[in-house]
Design a protein around this ligand. Structure first.
Ligand code: CA
Length: 235
C-alpha cells in the first residue's frame, strides 16, 4: 500500500504542484485548501505525513497541528512563508517535525518527505521490536514513568505536560538507555532531519525536558551531557 500524504495549501497552483509531484513519487495524495477541511480529512484518511501550510483560511496551520498532535502521531512538514524564527519556534512547540521555507524546490520537498517517512517507519519498527515496552506498555525509571499507549509521562505519579517532541525525545532516549547518542543521531531519529537540520534544536529540547524531569535541572542526573557531543539517558 502506498504511503498516504495530505497536502494542506490554499495557494491552488502550489497545492496542485505539490500533489502532482508527490503522486509522481508513488504516494497516495489528498489535497485541501483550509484548516477545517484539513482536520476532517486527516481524521478520515489517517495520513502518514501532512504537508501543512501555516497561513490558511478558517484555521491556521499551527492550530491544525496543535489539534492533530493530540489525536495522531502523523509526521508534519510545515511550510512557512518566510524564514521566520518565531514561526519556527511556535511550529516546534505545536509538534511540527520539519519545515520548509517558501519558495522551495520540489526536489527539496521530496527529500524532506522521504526523510520523515523513513523516520516514521523506523520508529514503528523499533516500537514493534521493543518487546519489553510492547508487553508492559509502560517504561518505568524510579519515580518517572512513560506510558506508551497513552503517550503520558508521570513524575511522582503526577502527569507531566510535555510538548509532542519532548515526549518523542524522552521516549527515544529511554529506549536507548545508557547509550551515548550524538546530537546528529538524535536529530535524525527524532526529527528526521539528518545533517540538514540544526542540532541546537536537540539542546533546546533537552533543556526543556530537564526542567521537567530532573530534581535539579542545572545538575542533571537523568539526561547527562557526554563530552564530545551528545547525551545519555541514565534512567
Ligand atoms: Ca497560505
Amino acid at each position: 500500500m502506498p504511503e498516504k500524504i495530505l497536502v494542506v495549501e490554499d495557494e491552488i497552483s502550489l497545492q496542485e504542484t505539490l500533489a502532482y509531484s508527490l503522486k509522481k513519487e508513488g504516494y497516495s495524495v489528498e489535497a485541501v485548501d483550509n484548516g477545517r477541511s484539513a482536520l476532517e480529512t486527516a481524521r478520515k484518511m489517517k495520513p502518514d505525513l501532512i504537508v501543512l501550510d501555516i497561513m490558511l483560511p478558517e484555521m491556521d496551520g499551527f492550530e491544525v497541528a496543535r489539534i492533530l498532535r493530540k489525536e495522531m502521531t502523523t509526521a508534519i512538514l510545515m511550510l512557512t512563508a518566510r524564514d521566520d524564527e518565531i514561526d519556527r519556534v511556535v511550529g516546534l512547540e505545536v509538534g511540527a517535525d520539519d519545515y520548509l521555507t517558501k519558495p522551495f524546490s520540489m526536489r527539496e520537498l521530496i527529500a524532506r518527505v522521504k526523510a520523515q517517512l523513513r523516520r516514521t517507519r523506523l520508529l514503528r519498527e523499533e516500537l514493534g521490536q521493543n518487546t519489553e515496552a510492547a508487553a508492559h506498555e509502560v517504561l518505568a525509571f524510579d519515580n518517572l514513568t512513560i506510558n506508551l499507549t497513552r503517550r503520558e509521562v508521570t513524575l511522582n505519579e503526577a502527569p507531566l505536560q510535555l510538548k509532542p517532541k519532548e515526549y518523542e525525545l524522552l521516549l527515544f532516549l529511554a529506549e536507548h538507555r545508557r547509550q551515548m547518542l550524538s546530537r546528529e543521531f538524535i536529530l535524525e531519529r527524532v526529527w528526521g532531519w539528518g545533517y540538514i537540520g540544526d542540532s541546537r534544536t536537540v539542546d533546546v529540547h533537552v533543556r526543556w525536558l530537564r526542567q521537567k524531569i530532573e530534581a535539579t535541572p542545572s545538575e542533571p542526573k537523568r539526561i547527562v551531557t557526554v563530552r564530545g557531543g551528545g547525551y545519555r539517558f541514565e534512567g
